[in-house]
Ligand binder design. Structure first.
Ligand code: ADP
Ligand code: DP6
Length: 387
């Protein structure tokens, strides 16, 4: 087997600022509203996936984080089937190749299934690699969407919009780039990891329950999101941070209000999450303008968006309010000294108990998927790093 038969890709996570929540088609993964996200740098958080195929393999196999897992997951099967169908239509590989089995080996360098968008990075990675392996030419965001809705936004860097589309076959439900990763280099993200254990209600199940029971979700999809997607796209293009922050926080709040309006309710934010919300509002009030935005996905962890000049002070504040015994508390781009201390003495919220926040991932806006040559499968297609 030569190098051409192994393809390896790294792909980013993305954290939405206008949330996707609710499908109009469960099988094709078509959303009820547009969404907007920021792609985060792969040098800090990424999925890495190697794929290969061969006549000697007797079954499709996948290893995730060093552990062999079942390939029977319907989403995985759908993704592979769709790619093979396109390959057959485009005659991009020999017919014999279409009968070969595949091997997939993937690793995330951050916690999987903990509300940190591993499925988005994972499926963006997988489809980019498989599309190259099968030599097909197609919109990769459509393929990623079949794996996990939010994954379609991870096929681009920078600021990305997923258009819900109206076609029944999903052909217009694609992601496009609002601005690339160099557009707003001052934009940074701090992910406050409150918990990195698996969430109890998956996004897939939670949003299905919301579609079936929440009246607020109908209002949100019809009236709120169409306006917000336009406004936030404009704020991004103009680099209007205050507007970006206001829309981001309001949308996170409305998304979690929808979760509570769901019957039975899905509760993703915890007391710590709510404390973080209170802290960010108090900070912005003290500054007299919106300097930091919070957003929460289907889990308790906060993603804070802020400009780099704000990072030192905010990190100082977080360390003061959330004392830690973790020597590596701020990872990724790391800690930054020099924050303004005057806030600490007069801050209206008292320090919390120790070790409530496990660690902070300091990161920035980044590029989309990239091909790399350090494979996770050896030349015979056997996985490296198996546990
Ligand atoms: P998260 O909040 O991390 O996206 P989800 O529960 O939505 O969590 O999705 C986790 C699922 O996504 C995993 O159980 C697995 O099926 C899939 N997944 C995660 N990472 C990868 C990866 N690198 N390659 C393929 N699939 C992945
Ligand atoms: C709260 O993309 O994980 O993160 O399409 O069922 O795989 P499926 O759901 P998923 O949902 C993401 C929900 C969210 C908001 C967002 O990323 O827009």
């Amino acid at each position: 087997m030569d190098e051409m038969d192994r393809v390896t890709v790294i792909a980013p996570v993305n954290i939405a600022v206008i949330k996707y929540w609710g499908k109009r088609d469960e099988k094709l993964i078509l959303p009820i509203n547009d969404s907007v996200s920021v792609t985060l740098d792969t040098s800090i958080m990424c999925a890495k996936t190697s794929v290969c195929f061969g006549p000697e393999f007797t079954e499709n196999e996948i290893w995730l984080n060093g552990v062999k897992t079942s390939f029977s997951n319907p989403r995985l099967v759908n993704v592979l089937d769709k790619i093979k169908n396109i390959a057959a239509t485009q005659r991009s590989v020999d017919n014999a190749v279409l009968s070969w089995k595949v091997r997939v080996c993937s690793e995330n360098n951050f916690p999987t299934a903990a509300g940190l968008a591993s499925s988005a990075a994972g499926y963006a990675c997988l489809v980019t690699a498989l599309a190259k392996l099968y030599k097909i030419k197609t919109d990769v965001s459509v393929l990623a969407r079949i794996g996990s809705g939010s994954a379609c936004r991870s096929v681009f860097g920078g600021f990305v919009r997923w258009h819900a589309g109206v076609n029944a076959d999903g052909s217009d439900s694609i992601a496009t780039q609002i601005a690339d990763s160099t557009h707003w280099p001052e934009m940074k993200a701090l992910i406050l990891v409150v918990s990195d254990i698996k969430k109890h209600t998956s996004s897939t199940v939670g949003m299905m329950n919301s579609v079936n029971t929440s009246d607020l979700l109908k209002y949100r999809a019809k009236y709120t999101v169409p306006r917000r997607t336009e406004e936030i796209s404009e704020a991004i293009l103009k680099k209007d941070f205050a507007k970006f922050a206001e829309l981001t926080m309001k949308d996170s709040n409305q998304f979690h209000a929808v979760c509570l309006d769901t019957y039975p309710p899905c509760v993703y934010m915890t007391d710590v999450s709510h404390k973080i919300v209170e802290i960010i509002h108090a900070y912005n009030d003290m500054c007299g303008e919106l300097k930091v935005a919070y957003t929460f996905d289907a889990g308790p962890n906060a993603c804070l968006y802020l400009l780099d000049k704000e990072v030192p002070t905010l990190l100082k504040l977080i360390k003061y309010l959330f004392p830690t015994s973790n020597l590596d508390f701020v990872i990724g781009l790391g800690d930054v000294d020099g924050g303004d201390c005057k806030f600490l003495n007069s801050f209206p919220i008292q320090p919390q108990a120790k070790d409530i926040i496990k660690y902070v991932i300091h990161t920035k806006v980044g590029k989309g998927p990239e091909f790399v040559t350090s494979h996770l499968l050896d030349k015979k297609g056997n996985p490296l790093n198996v546990k």
